[in-house]
Design a protein around this ligand. Structure first.
Ligand SMILES: Nc1ncnc2c1ncn2[C@@H]1O[C@H](COP(=O)(O)OP(=O)(O)O)[C@@H](O)[C@H]1O
Ligand SMILES: [Mg+2]
Length: 288
C-alpha cells in the first residue's frame, strides 16, 4: 500500500469494546501483512498499552519524567519547534514496539488537560485539526499502512480531533436498545461535523461485540444493526468471550493465546474479516 489509512474507534459510551477493537483489528491487520500504528487518546489510564503489556514500563518512564515527547506533546503549539530540535526521527521516543508486531503511541497524563487546552483555541478548524496536522506531517512519512486511534468514550475536543484526523469511525456496539440509539446519535454527530466544517467523516465499520447468540434478543439486534448500517456493518460479530477479557488482563490480544477457546477463535476470525473489510472501505473511499 502506498498510502497510510486511518480510522478511529468511537462511541459516546464506555465499555462497549473500543480499546479491545483497536487492539484486535490492529493485530489482525498486522497478521494480514500490514504495518500498523495504534494511538491511544482514550485517557491516562493507558488501556491500550496495558492490552499489549507495555504500560508498566511506560508508567515508570512517566513517573521518572522520561516519557517525553508524548502524545500530549504533539498537540502543543510548539510541537513543530520541538520536533525540529529532536532531529531526524522526532517520533523515535514516542512510538513503542509491541510483542504482537503493532507499534503504539501510548496515552499520557497530559491527555487530562488536553481537552480544555484545545477548548482555548478560538478557531474551530484549528481546534479540531491538530491531530490531523501531526499525522499528515510526522506520521504519514513513516510509511505505516494503517493508523488506528482509540478515543475517549465521550464527545469532546479530543475525540473530535481523532474523528477529524481519521475521517472514518469504527464503532463497536453491544446488542441492546441503548447502543442502537447511541450508534444512531453517532451517525447524526458525524453528519453534523461534516456539514459544519465540510469534512467527510464516515462510519466505516460497525462491529457487533460481546454477542451472546444464545439469547433471541441478540439475534434480533444483530439483524436490526445489519438493516440499519448495510454499508458499515462488519461481515461477522465478535462473540462474548471470557478469553478476550482474560487475555487483556494478561497484556495480550486473543491472537497471542496459546490455547484459544472456541469463542476466542471465532473472535479472531471476525477481527481478521473486519480488518479486511475496513481496509477495503478505507481504500475504496477518497480520503487522502
Ligand atoms: N468480545 C468480548 N468478550 C468479552 N469481554 C470483552 C469483549 N470485548 C471487550 N470485552 C471486555 O469488556 C471490557 C470493556 O472493553 P473495552 O475495550 O475496554 O471498552 P471501551 O474501550 O469501549 O471502554 C474490558 O474488560 C474488555 O476486556
Ligand atoms: Mg477504552
Amino acid at each position: 500500500m502506498d498510502q497510510t489509512y486511518r480510522a478511529a474507534a468511537f462511541l459516546d459510551k464506555g465499555g462497549t469494546g473500543k480499546t479491545t477493537t483497536v487492539a484486535h483489528v490492529g493485530v489482525a491487520a498486522q497478521h494480514r501483512g500490514h504495518d500498523v500504528l495504534l494511538i491511544d487518546l482514550a485517557g491516562k489510564q493507558g488501556d491500550l498499552a496495558k492490552h499489549f503489556g507495555v504500560w508498566d514500563d511506560y508508567q515508570q518512564a512517566i513517573e521518572q519524567d522520561e516519557a517525553w515527547p508524548n502524545i500530549s506533546t504533539v498537540f502543543d503549539d510548539s510541537w513543530s519547534t520541538i520536533a525540529e530540535k529532536l532531529g531526524e526521527d522526532p517520533l523515535a521516543d514516542l512510538v513503542i514496539e509491541t510483542d504482537e508486531g503493532v507499534d503504539l503511541i501510548p496515552a499520557h497524563p497530559g491527555l487530562d488537560t488536553l481537552d480544555s487546552e484545545l477548548g482555548n483555541i478560538d478557531d474551530a478548524r484549528k481546534r479540531y485539526s491538530r491531530l490531523e496536522e501531526f499525522l499528515d506531517n510526522y506520521v504519514d512519512p513513516l510509511g505505516y499502512d494503517i493508523v488506528l486511534i482509540d478515543l475517549p468514550g465521550m464527545t469532546n475536543n479530543v475525540s473530535y480531533n481523532g474523528l477529524w484526523a481519521a475521517g472514518h469511525a469504527i464503532t463497536p456496539v453491544e446488542m441492546g436498545p441503548f447502543e442502537a440509539e447511541q450508534a444512531d446519535a453517532l451517525r447524526q454527530d458525524l453528519n453534523k461535523i461534516a456539514d459544519n466544517f465540510a469534512v467527510e467523516i464516515e462510519l466505516a465499520l460497525v462491529l457487533p461485540n460481546k454477542v451472546d447468540t444464545r439469547t433471541k434478543l441478540a439475534e434480533e439486534y444483530l439483524a436490526a444493526f445489519k438493516d440499519e448500517y448495510p454499508e458499515a456493518i462488519a461481515p461477522d460479530y465478535v462473540p462474548y468471550s471470557q478469553d478476550i477479557r482474560n487475555a487483556a488482563q494478561r497484556g495480550m490480544t486473543a491472537f497471542s493465546l496459546e490455547d484459544p477457546s472456541s469463542t476466542a477463535r471465532h473472535a479472531k476470525e471476525t477481527y481478521l474479516g473486519a480488518a479486511d473489510t475496513l481496509l477495503d472501505r478505507l481504500g475504496g473511499g477518497d480520503h487522502a
